[in-house]
Design a protein around this ligand. Sequence first.
Ligand code: NDP
Length: 457
Amino acid sequence: MTSSIKAFLLLGASGDLSGRLLLPALGQLLDAEPERRSVRLVGAGSEDWDADTWKQRVRTAFESASVSTETLDAVLADTRYLRTDVSDAGQLRTLLEATPAPAALYFALPPAVTVLACTALTEVELPEGTVLALEKPFGTDQQSATDLNHLLTQLVPEGQVHRVDHFLGRSTVLNLLGVRFANRLFEPIWNSTHIERVDVVFDEQLTLENRARYYDSAGALMDMIQSHLLQVLAVATMDPPAAVNEIDLRDAMASVLRATRLWDDDPVTAGRRARYTAGTVEERLVPDYTAEPGVDPDRGTETLAELTVGIDNARWAGVPFRLRSGKALGERRKEVIISFRQPVHLPTGLRGQPASDQLRLRMGPDQISFDMNVNGPADPLVLDRVRLEADLGAGRLPAYGEVLAGVLDGDPLLSVRGDTAEQCWRIVDPVLQAWRAGRTPLETYAAGSDGPEGWAL
Ligand code: NDP
């Protein structure tokens, strides 16, 4: 796709996200699509960096992703860095005047600073076609998300706002579209008549990894479920869109999230939370979460969260959807599991109890598998279980590469629409409130275990 975007303006260019994910993904995108190399990279941040320091940062980031020297040289020849306080309208104006227009402004900033920057931008005339890309978390609750949406409408049209959720750029998530809608085998049975339950699991072995400043005030529910896993749920459960474009796809996702409710409408029982204690993950000694530098134990931050929701529509009424994510777990497990109902009748003479057929889409490495009942191999009349499995490949680009392609194309297909961002908070807000009020117990699990007792999937 061609685009009129002339520059990629990275606000917060010295931060962790920029260095570890965005710059490497930009390099990989430019490698895969060299025709994009004419877009100028401009970095901006509070650090007082000279040109050489900035170029070294770009070089290090590109090298970490094995980006080609052709791409690196092309970017280095044209890039620049400007020290900017992004909360200052005058400095932002100067920055924009020094940047080819229209630009894509990527807010790789702490969320509160993003709000300050957007407020300051209301005093700056933005060139036509300017694109804004905002990171998660988008707001801190439904009201703040609504307020931020309102602020953004004063800057650019909704179609030029990219609320980034890089899970929507993950190839496994996009694979759900093909699996669901291109197979006669699955599409007609993708409903409560045939599907018993759905689990979306994102268990990590990673621990806090020095991210207490952000994570300790967020926690697993806000960090993973409120954003990423609800987006995965939407793709897994939406009605078939007429087309995969920014209107139809995002309408379908918004519609199913509007119908999503806490299980039993009870914020206390719909969610569970737990925090890791000292243990061992893959032979690595892990301290108690509360002993990690920067953690305030009194915050009661959960490192493992589970949320069960239902979807009040004709397709899904009565089916539980369990979303779960946590850190410091024994097994790395990132998958969507579709569990089908038992057959209506088992012919007399076939022995054994059929288990639920399960379709699994795994992320990193991306795989698809189907666990099903067969009979044999020993006694041909006794039921047995087999797994059909296929590797899906790594995807053309990393998730952030797909996201950046959308941003540079001005195509918000893979970004979260404003109303959807508010819906995601509407779903989790009551649970967060119940947790803050201490109405749901904070359980514990040893790092390296599979969670508290009774949590096994
Ligand atoms: P960091 O704190 O590492 O980086 C933020 C950057 O913003 C720093 O370079 C900081 O500079 C700069 N900054 C802060 N205030 C200003 C200001 N007034 N003017 C100019 N620059 C400023 O945060 P992250 O990179 O980790 O996160 C950025 C965003 O990305 C957050 O919204 C986060 O939730 C999101 N995110 C992060 C992920 C990650 O893995 N890091 C993953 C997914 C999302 P200085 O330090 O000099 O003040």
